[in-house]
Design a protein around this ligand. Structure first.
Ligand SMILES: Nc1ncnc2c1ncn2[C@@H]1O[C@H](COP(=O)(O)OP(=O)(O)OP(=O)(O)O)[C@@H](O)[C@H]1O
Ligand SMILES: [Mg+2]
Length: 231
């Protein structure tokens, strides 16, 4: 049996506000093998961000279980969960979330510093990771001085610098033109192969479906179909 990176079983999640209750996930079953590259696709509001937030341990489900790297989040204390996330999960937000007052290399060093790597070593490893995404010549720039595609590559470097087991990514190409988006996906695929990192990528962009091993199609809080790409 292939080792599983992610095992979601009957996950449900609703959001309650004063006026309405929105059911975001209606019983999700999804397994992802270690080293697999899976995309989540579906219309706006179908629950994609909710699902990846639960997988990342950022949001808690109402019901069901989520095992990640063999561990069940519901059985962890808050500090065990923080520690687990810091070590095992890389998360790339749609809006990049770079810190404008820090340089490019300092932004990328943050996850290492959180994991108690000494500052000088953290900066060195961050520089090495930025080389991998072809930004080794921009280490001391401010993120604001770089293009959208370059900022996306900083976010990728920051999400990968501590070598997480799983990289979770919300809409990596939505802000990018097609040529840059293709380069980003090629880079992710190369990292997936080199470091055996498991990828879960949310996208609306049908042009990048070809980079996935499997595509989970979602609609209205459920997974309606899973297709496998042949290589
Ligand atoms: N914090 C929240 N409070 C209330 N409702 C929420 C909250 N977060 C999400 N929802 C609702 O849950 C449903 C699923 O939202 P989610 O963000 O997971 O969709 P999505 O598939 O990521 O959509 P998009 O493609 O537009 O990003 C939506 O109806 C949304 O309005
Ligand atoms: Mg979303």
């Amino acid at each position: 049996m292939t080792a599983l990176a992610i095992n979601c079983s009957h996950i449900t999640k609703s959001f309650k506000t004063k006026e309405v209750e929105t059911v975001a996930l209606r019983g999700i079953d999804l397994t992802v093998s270690k080293g697999e590259f899976v995309m989540l696709v579906g219309p706006s509001g179908c629950g994609k961000t909710t699902l990846i937030s639960i997988i990342a341990g950022i949001l808690h489900q109402d019901d069901g279980d989520c095992w990640v790297q063999g561990q069940n989040y519901t059985q962890m204390t808050a500090s065990q969960l923080l520690d687990f996330r810091a070590k095992h999960i890389g998360f790339i937000f749609q809006s990049f979330n770079l810190i404008p007052t820090l340089s490019v290399v300092e932004n990328v060093a943050i996850p290492l510093i959180i994991n108690q790597v000494e500052r000088q070593e953290a900066i060195k490893q961050a520089g090495d990771m930025l080389e991998k995404v072809s930004l080794g010549n921009r280490l001391h720039s401010s993120p604001n001085q770089l293009s959208g595609g370059q900022q996306q590559r900083i976010a990728i470097a920051r999400a990968l610098v501590h070598k997480p087991s799983i990289l979770i990514c919300d809409e990596p190409t939505s802000a990018l033109d097609h040529a840059t988006g293709t380069k980003i996906l090629e880079l992710m695929r190369a990292i997936n192969k080199d470091l055996k990192t498991t990828f879960v990528v949310v996208t609306h962009d049908a042009r990048i479906y070809q980079y996935a091993d499997r595509i989970a199609h979602m609609d209205d809080g459920t997974i309606t179909d899973i297709t496998t790409n042949t290589w």
